[in-house]
Design a protein around this ligand. Sequence first.
Ligand code: NDP
Length: 295
Amino acid sequence: PALSPVTVLGLGPMGQAMVRTLIAAGHPVTVWNRTRSRADDVVAAGAKLAATPSEAVAAGKLVILSLTDYQAMWDVLGDSTGSLAGRTLVNLSSDTPDKTREAASWAASHGASFVAGGVMVPEPMVGTDLSYVYYSGDAEAFGAHRTTLAHIGEPRFLGDDPGRAQLMYQANLDVFLTTLAGFMHATALVGSAGITAEVFLPEVMQLFKAIPVMMDADGVEKLGARIDAGEHPGEAANAIMMGATADHIYATAKSSGVDTSLPGAVQEYYRRAIDDGHGTDSWTRIIDGMRGPRS
Ligand code: NDP
């Protein structure tokens, strides 16, 4: 039997990769993109190009969006709301949980089901065994399209709050972006003394590989369970020791003439834990000072 038709709106690198994957799995795919020429490759691969967003939406019950942000969805579909009733919109674009919830209400007001998603792999890995995608929102609509969506990556459904998948996505990228910024800050720091990135990056990768080992020393679930229970037993890496290190990094950046924003933020978190009387607790205690805004 023929597989169900799928519509994909947005043909950036991610949208194009999704279209190729769905076509390879045997789904008829209809596409639309603001810049028409970006559809050329997927059309050559077998996708059908619709003339308008409404025409694309009308082609299937499942409408996947892969756009820069949620405003782009309103820009694309704002004049086509009449075609939305009875469809399921699966928005795989990045934005805030609030925008995502707003979009779910907007879709509902036009008779459409809404599922939000966050793809956790870059474009070359879409559709491979390494790909996974967080989803949340309308559970019934998700269930109906789960098998189709599984071609893009392993689906991980997080419940009916449409903002939750977005929150999980942003939290993962919080680690990603903060870590990458750390790499570049440190590279600028050694660069102030003429040590090149070519020399430094292989050095720091050795330390970087120790982080998973440290996080997983007793099993990362156990570490998580302790943090959930508010337990931060002090070991070698307690807040005083790590805070002193943070002070040294800050002072080194300052005396080297390098920007101090990033080490200053890290230093502040340790200072709060120590000021709150938790200096001999584990470094994980800094989470307490991160749970609210800076007072
Ligand atoms: P881009 O951010 O390059 O988004 C591209 C698509 O959005 C294009 O089709 C573009 O159209 C369209 N678009 C943007 N603004 C508008 C608008 N106002 N009206 C109409 N169309 C608009 O693409 P990516 O494919 O890289 O990413 C898509 C989403 O996936 C993003 O939210 C991104 O954060 C997320 N993501 C990306 C990953 C990656 O590795 N790239 C990995 C995981 C998630 P046009 O071609 O006309 O400009």
